[in-house]
Design a protein around this ligand. Structure first.
Ligand SMILES: *Cc1c(COP(=O)(O)O)cnc(C)c1O
Length: 364
């Protein structure tokens, strides 16, 4: 058996130790004589796992009990509608910073529920985004119920390197593709959410952390499965939760904690991105980064080779060398290396060597 170096943008790689533990426990989890998929979600074994996973999330994020951890389904995409459904309505407004494909998708849903304004819209036309706005460029709407932004733009390879100051408005962030990749002051947010399948585990569960005071402002009269208040009151067990995804989320967070938490992960991720961007910048223009240098993402490293033919050859030669899923998003072309937490520093070192060899063998 051979594990590949996996640059998938999502669902992404999962740490090998986590997969091994899941394998070992597949037939007999926690002494139950069955897998975690086969026990009642109302039983004590699952309940301890479920509640423990919420606690572990708060612990890693440095959040207190005033934050409610919710396990939702339908991906981050369902948060695009659940959030405005819970807070907007006739006459209500919200601020959405537009920095990429996913923030545009969030706006599309929010518009169904209220008037949406943009503190900044970084769209350059033709689906192109290369930059994150600076604090001074943000024009906040005083009537907004909340301000929403996307901390890492998975498609375009840009990332916020600061938490914006939104002058006391509730701050909401889609952290799907950089959550727990480095320390962040999570207490600055009224709500964050993330589909698990990039940095936290498998698809199927979306983690939402929402502060009490903001949660209290959510509407009451909503369809049950769309109500943040119901998720809180029922501890995300009004219906059957995605038990297996939550179990893997738990194991991934234990792995994170064992390896030094967000602090340690941040140091590794910083080194990873430095190695990759140095390889790009040191290639005399052979590899060209697509994002503005000051907005570059640590998680999704996007670049182009001199021709689309060389991009395609890079993808296929990389695959032959055991480095997979390097192709850029369909609207972007080029190469995207998604270096989430499960991609090791050694994986990146191997990749940089591959890039240098490729350049030597395939002159422009
Ligand atoms: C992947 C991604 C999404 C969509 O997530 P789903 O779980 O597939 O709905 C939303 N936002 C960001 C930033 C993403 O990276």
């Amino acid at each position: 058996m051979k594990r590949v170096i996996n640059y998938s943008a999502g669902p992404a790689g999962i740490p090998v130790e986590v997969l091994e533990q899941a394998r070992d426990e597949m037939l007999d989890w926690n002494g139950t004589g069955c897998s975690v998929m086969e026990v009642s979600h109302r039983g004590k074994d699952y309940d301890a796992l479920h509640m423990g996973t919420m606690d572990l999330f708060r612990e890693l994020a440095g959040l207190g009990p005033d934050y409610n951890v919710l396990f939702c389904t339908g991906g981050a995409s369902t948060q695009f509608l659940m959030l405005p459904m819970n807070y907007l309505g006739a006459g209500k407004e919200a601020d959405y910073v537009v920095t990429g494909n996913w923030s545009q998708a969030a706006v599309k849903e929010a518009k169904r529920y209220g008037k949406i304004t943009h503190p900044a819209d970084m769209h350059l036309g033709d689906g192109m985004f290369v930059a994150i706005p600076k604090q001074g460029e943000l024009k906040l709407n005083p009537a907004a119920e909340y301000v929403h932004y996307t901390s890492n733009n998975t498609v375009e390879g840009t990332e916020w390197h600061y938490v914006p100051d939104v002058k006391g408005k509730p701050l909401v962030c889609d952290m799907s593709s950089d959550i727990f990749s480095r320390p962040v002051d999570f207490k600055k947010f009224s709500m964050i959410y993330a589909g698990a399948q990039k940095n936290l585990g498998p698809s199927g569960v979306t983690v939402v952390a929402v502060k009490d005071d903001f949660l209290q402002k959510a509407h009451d009269d909503l369809p049950t499965m769309m109500s943040y208040k119901v998720f809180k009151e029922k501890f995300s067990m009004h219906n059957t939760p995605p038990c297996f995804s939550i179990y893997i989320l738990n194991l991934v967070m234990k792995w994170l904690k064992k390896n030094g938490g967000l602090e340690a992960m941040g140091k590794i991720n910083e080194q990873k991105q430095k190695l990759l961007y140095s390889a790009i910048d040191g290639s005399a223009g052979y590899f060209k980064g697509t994002a503005n240098v000051d907005s570059r993402s640590w998680m999704n490293v996007d670049f182009k080779l001199p021709t689309p033919e060389l991009d395609a050859k890079f993808v296929s030669d990389a695959k032959a060398a055991g480095i997979i899923q390097t192709k850029g998003y369909r609207t972007m072309g080029g190469i995207r290396l998604s270096c989430y937490n499960a991609v090791s520093l050694k994986d990146v070192e191997t990749t940089v060597q591959f890039m240098q060899d490729f350049k030597a063998k395939n002159p422009a």
